[in-house]
Design a protein around this ligand. Structure first.
Ligand code: SAM
Length: 215
């Protein structure tokens, strides 16, 4: 656990892994739809395949979609439970993905090595610090893209999440990324837009989309 100025305890990597494993295990079946995220598909379907990093890949829907389209994909998640489902789904789909179980904010991926770094609804703790986030952003190669997509949360939703024990303010958001991109990136898009192809009955109907290209 990390302790913060207000005495509140927040999750470090080991506790984060345990918490996410518990969330995934709560359900017998999959937590997510297995389909790729609509925004990812819309943004990347016309790009020539290259090397992609999927940060917080969950049960692997995006990574598998990318691999099936010829991308060389590394996908990282802190939850071994999620990754074991992702591996199974990839096997069924005949997709080759390099799955990494670990904390994306501590992973030693080589700098400037990915054509696309995708973060779809990531839940990266601010407690890890700006330097850790910068190292992750640094994995985008010159000319490559960062695509980060977040739920657009209104006050009511934030309060609801806080009541359930998760304060969105403790997680890196699109504004944090925008600030940390600095002069190394050109922000091509930073907008709130309707979610593309959301799962049925999902309360999250709008996305914050950040697309930035490394100079
Ligand atoms: C809201 S889910 C999104 C999953 C997936 N991207 C999707 O759109 O279906 C957030 C994911 O981030 C993972 N995660 C949380 N903290 C992480 C960290 N520090 N490093 C890597 N993955 C993390 C969780 O296990 C979870 O699978």
């Amino acid at each position: 656990m990390h302790e913060h100025e207000n005495g509140e305890q927040r999750l470090g990597p080991e506790a984060g892994a345990a918490e996410w494993d518990a969330r995934y295990t709560e359900r017998d079946g999959a937590m997510w739809s297995g389909r790729p995220n609509g925004r990812l598909v819309a943004e990347l379907r016309d790009l020539a395949p290259g090397r992609a990093l999927d940060v917080g890949c969950g049960e692997g829907g995006d990574a598998i979609w990318l691999a099936a389209r010829g991308w060389t994909v590394t996908a990282i998640d802190i939850s071994e439970v999620a990754l074991s489902r992702a591996r199974q789904a990839a096997e069924l789909a005949g997709a080759a993905v390099e799955w990494v179980c670990g904390d994306a904010l501590q992973a030693p991926f080589p700098a400037r090595s990915f054509d696309v770094v995708s973060m779809q609804y990531p839940a990266l703790p601010k407690a890890a610090g700006d330097a850790a986030v910068r190292r992750l952003l640094d994995t985008v190669r010159p000319g490559g893209l960062l695509l980060a997509v977040y739920h657009d949360l209104d006050d009511e939703h934030r309060e609801h999440m806080k009541a359930k024990g998760t304060d969105p303010a403790h997680y890196v958001d699109a504004d944090d990324l925008g600030r940390l991109l600095g002069d190394d990136f050109t922000v091509e898009l930073h907008v709130i837009e309707p979610r593309i192809d959301p799962p049925p009955d999902n309360p999250h109907i709008a996305d914050v989309v950040l697309r930035a290209r490394r100079r």
